[in-house]
Design a protein around this ligand. Structure first.
Ligand SMILES: [Zn+2]
Length: 298
């Protein structure tokens, strides 16, 4: 990691689904690949930071670790930067290393993480397994060595240690993207007090060619260049699978948006964003036609 926010580097929201992150990475990696930008050291740098951003949030497990480390950092006010978990824990329990010792909080801290669901599961609702890593009260000393200075071979006198488990999460039907589920008592345990909560933010996979902007669904609509300039009709599929034919106005630009009411997620609006269709390999005929256009000053 080069210290930059990987979400920012990949141009995705924190609420983006894992699949969205993967697609954003693929697109950017293609765009900035050194082979595509020979002799451009800046492109190579960009490519490296894209790669490094993807390394830290590209797999569900890495992403959970990254998000949790960020929460610890926020909680302890230490900001980003490599810190040992021990340091963080010590600060967490003491409430800041520089301050005089005070009563420790009697409740473990909450864990906030995202949970990815397919659009069909978000629609129907159902149960889904979730890999959870959290601080549990020590099995050997039951938290009794916490702040006593005595040692415990399992928790090193912290009273808690990190353990993995699989929890089953119930997703309500017709759940909204960004909805928060609170699972009481499934956050970090405290050596002496009560456990915190687990808060799961539901991330609905928007599907290929779509992305979330807050709670709004944006779909890229690929349009032939000539249709942008001259106007024309294009067909596209909505998230619910309906095919819609739409008129493109002459003089449209890439990035222009059109809002279609009730065709988005669960009857909400769908924002279409125009992009130029990739024509792939140009034929000799196309090249000649384009050369004619260039001669006309277009
Ligand atoms: Zn222990």
């Amino acid at each position: 990691m080069d210290g930059r926010d990987p979400y920012q580097v990949l141009g995705v929201e924190r609420s983006a689904s894992d699949a969205e992150i993967k697609r954003a990475f693929r697109r950017l990696a293609r765009q900035h690949h050194p082979d595509r930008n020979p002799g451009d050291p800046a492109a190579e740098e960009r490519f490296k930071s894209i790669q490094s951003a993807y390394d830290s949030i590209g797999s569900p497990q890495k992403r959970r670790e990254h998000d949790q480390a960020e929460q610890f950092a926020r909680f302890t006010g230490s900001g980003p930067g490599p810190r040992g978990l021990d340091d963080l824990l010590r600060q967490m329990m003491r409430g800041g290393a520089q301050e005089p010792p005070r009563e420790p909080p009697k409740r473990g801290i909450d864990i906030e993480l995202g949970i990815d669901v397919s659009s069909s599961l978000a629609e129907s609702g159902g149960k889904i397994p979730f890999e959870l890593s959290r601080l549990r009260r020590c099995k050997r000393c039951d938290g009794n060595t916490f702040r006593t200075g005595s040692n415990c071979a399992v928790c090193n006198g912290r009273g808690v240690h990190r353990r993995e488990s699989t929890v089953t999460v119930t997703i309500p039907s017709k759940v909204a993207h960004g909805h928060r589920l609170r699972l009481r008592g499934l956050g970090n345990e405290h050596p002496m007090g009560t456990p915190g909560d687990l808060i799961l933010m539901v991330r609905v996979d928007p599907g290929e060619g779509r992305r979330w902007e807050s709670e709004r669904l944006v779909q890229t609509l690929h349009v032939p260049y000539t249709a942008m300039l001259l106007g024309g009709n294009v067909e596209f599929n909505t998230p619910s699978g309906r095919t819609i034919r739409m008129q493109i106005d002459a003089g449209s630009q890439p990035g222009d948006r059109r809002r279609i009411p009730s065709e988005g997620w669960q009857g909400g609006p769908l924002d279409l964003e125009l992009a130029i269709e990739d024509v792939g390999e140009l034929t000799q005929e196309m090249i000649e036609a384009l050369e004619n256009l260039r001669n006309l000053g277009l």
